[in-house]
Design a binder for this molecule. Sequence first.
Ligand SMILES: Cc1ncc(COP(=O)(O)O)c(C=O)c1O
Length: 438
Amino acid sequence: MNESRPESMSSFWMPFTNNRDFKAHPRLLVSAEGMYYKDVDGNAVLDGTAGLWCVPCGHAQPKIVAAVREMVGQLDFAPTFQMGHPAAFDLAERLMDYTNHKFGHVFYTNSGSESVDTALKMALAYHKARGDAGRTRLIGRERGYHGVGFGGLSVGGIGPNRKAFGPLLPGVDHLPHTHNLAKNAYSRGEPEHGAELADELERIVALHDPSTIAAVIVEPVAGSTGVLIPPKGYLKRLRELCTKHGILLIFDEVITGFGRLTTPFAVDYFDVEPDMMTTAKGLTNGTVPMGAVFSKKFIHDAFMDAPAGIELFHGYTYSGHPLACAASLATLEVFQEQGILDHAREVQPYWEDAVHSLRGLPHVIDIRTIGLVAGIELASIPGKVGARAFAAFKQAFADGILIRTTGDIIALSPPLVLEKKHIDELFGKLATVLKNLD
Ligand SMILES: Cc1ncc(COP(=O)(O)O)c(C=O)c1O
């Protein structure tokens, strides 16, 4: 294993990164175990973000590592187009169990972006298959993040992600976001105000006519934009309206899936059932890239009435890759054997109190929490949005904690296996960073 600095950093064009700044002041991780990374200088870095929201069971879980090692020696690759391998089918059954059979089928992808584009395509093709081909519009939400494919970008609502890449998909509209600092600041769990924002769907439906709308996609808790938690009753209302107008509802659970809210999915936390659910990240504990789209049985079945032949002309070379399936099967076992969700529920109140203890520190204008997620919003430096939080991120890393920032919001989402001592370390160090921030 190479634990030394790379000879050159010039060729790797890094994603979502200030490349010039990074290469001048690199942050290099060389190993990980449990709650900690180790950097290239041998310093321990407490993982406050589960990598990128994707390591719920903690790093280097022996069972997952062993399963991937074993599979790579047994079956390095197998196609899933007109072929199959047992692990892909076994995993699909286990995933149905894990969703408590709220869904009937699962389609494999390799990332959150691919899951989203797959779900959007399925929604369009579903309506066509039923002879309702006029339903072509897709509705997303302002500040939503659904990855970087053209479908996900089009329904997504983060301006800087979109503006260089037009034209995006036509026939897309957006619900308003639900962030309301004036009414909902310092919320724990679902904020009180804003359920009525779901009724904006009625306005969009009236504008375009329901017969033109295929699907609505939202993140149950918007993560990448800086942790926006749905107001009480909002998701239920959205569900009611979609049902009323024959519109498919898609929950993008790429970050909320696999325990982030202390339940298997946000679907369970909010007790609202969408027609499709997109996932990735925690599905394999981040070990091997994999995504999955869960669909209700009726969606799948609409395709099965077609004349004999391929029912859905869609898929990826690596859909159901053997290593990813092995990692995911082992991840589900770890969840169960180690009682990961029970543990997450146990530490959640301590986590929540620790986050809210930052209230009153310099620049902090809001703190919001749900499950093992926290958003800490800082006042922006006039004319330099994002600069203050990014300075916090850099200082935090130097002090041995990994946090994530988006705009001037610090988003925290640690591995679910964290203990009280990790919470103390994380917020002890973060408080010091905030106190010393310009
Ligand atoms: C809600 C949501 N959807 C989609 C994605 C895209 O996932 P990926 O980066 O794996 O393509 C993300 C990534 O953070 C996400 O948070």
